[in-house]
Design a protein around this ligand. Structure first.
Ligand SMILES: *Cc1c(COP(=O)(O)O)cnc(C)c1O
Length: 386
């Protein structure tokens, strides 16, 4: 039997925490009722589980339970936020602003709004550090701007956008601020009130919860209306019809709780492991480039380019570690990363790039093994190339 590679692709997905799995189990078996069934105990007990999870998720971002709407994931939450706002504001405000480094589902939702609603979309570039230029953002927002959609933590290069500053600018100009927090929820400090965040997208499987569940935080504000994108029984306050999945929701709730309680501790642990791995790689390959801001970044993400290395072989040469060269979506298509292009990385270096993602279940031993495997891969090539 071949040994499974060391998992270092935590930005693509995280394993389900065993405590999360335990919290979900009863809702796959004896507690199977429809949470919207109001006439008997089967419905009440699943409804109660959904209510508790809603509370736990809201706590993480300093929101109220009534402001959390369950979706199938962050892709759906982003679609709902962006299409929902632009549809609701059509004919009144037709402009939105987003970033070139956003996840494909944000860029594609903006594109769909342009095609279907005639939305005027401004896509701002980012600096070499991957961060938004706040002056450029301020200048881009007009009295026609309904929405600013800027992610919290980038899925490829891990940089953390200045959410409080963005919120302040959007709020002062009367624009709605949506943030895709798929990579940020439970990992960095988020306070939707202090940061003036109106809409925020969450994904279960990026935070040790199950796949197929996510949520949209929607501020309670009469000026903020969004058009539902899924019509039917009127669940989730009419914003997202369809039976809520109690098992998945209970999993997301448990994941939120665990992340919230261990956030600071986990971040310190990851920072130390990241420093250790990067130190080893840099010592073996001094020309290595770390992509994106070095200080404004999530500790579990490393995105590094190796100049003079044949990128087409890099993943094959480091097969003992489960890695990617960009987002899971771009690796499926095999193109050069949009995000690396946006921060000015050359095509040849972009191809010779590894996204190394570590997380809750990564061990020091795995860090050392992974360093050895990657360094061996690089050295094998160096003999051929240099
Ligand atoms: C994974 C991810 C998404 C998509 O989330 P799903 O829950 O898989 O639909 C969106 N945005 C970012 C930044 C992500 O990392």
């Amino acid at each position: 039997m071949t040994k499974r590679p060391i998992y270092m692709d935590y930005q693509a997905s995280t394993p389900v925490d065993p405590r999360v799995l335990k919290a979900m189990m009863p809702y796959f078996t004896e507690k199977f009722g429809n949470p919207h069934s109001a006439t008997h105990m089967y419905g009440w007990e699943t409804e109660a589980a959904v209510d508790i999870a809603r509370e736990d998720i809201a706590t993480v971002i300093n929101a109220q339970a009534s402001q959390i709407y369950f979706t199938s994931g962050a892709t759906e939450a982003n679609n709902l936020a962006i299409k929902g706002v632009m549809q609701a504001y059509k004919g009144h405000k037709n402009h939105m602003v987003t970033l070139a480094s956003e996840h494909m589902c944000v860029i594609a939702s903006a594109g769909a709004c342009a095609n279907i609603l005639g939305t005027d979309v401004t896509i701002l570039g980012v600096g070499k550090d991957g961060l938004v230029d706040l002056d450029a953002l301020d200048a881009a927002i007009t009295d026609q701007t309904a929405l600013v959609s800027i992610m919290a933590v980038n899925n490829e290069i891990g940089v953390i956008q200045p959410l409080a500053d963005i919120g302040k600018i959007a709020c002062a100009k009367g624009a709605i601020f949506h943030t895709d927090a798929a990579q940020a929820f439970g990992k960095i400090h988020i306070d939707v009130d202090a940061m003036h965040i109106d809409l925020l997208s969450i994904s279960g499987h990026k935070t040790y919860g199950p796949k197929g569940i996510g949520a949209l935080y929607h501020r309670d504000d009469q000026r903020l209306t969004i058009a539902p994108q899924m019509h039917g029984g009127g669940q989730e306050g009419g914003l997202r019809s369809g039976t809520v999945a109690p098992a998945l929701v209970a999993g997301l709730g448990a994941a939120a709780n665990i992340a919230h309680e261990n956030r600071a501790q986990e971040e310190t642990r990851l920072k130390n492991m990241t420093a250790r791995l990067l130190g080893k790689l840099a010592a073996a390959y001094p020309a290595m480039i770390v992509n994106g801001s070095c200080d404004q970044r999530w500790a579990g993400n490393m995105n590094v380019s190796f100049p003079n290395i044949d990128g087409t072989r890099l993943l094959a040469d480091t097969r003992g570690v489960a890695l990617s060269s960009g987002s899971a979506c771009s690796s499926a298509k095999g193109g050069v990363s949009r995000v690396l292009t946006a921060i000015g990385v050359s095509e040849i270096n972009a191809k010779a790039t590894l996204r190394i993602g570590i997380g809750r279940f990564t061990t020091d031993d795995e860090i050392d093994q992974a360093a050895d495997i990657i360094i061996k891969g690089l050295q094998g090539q160096k003999k051929l190339i240099i």
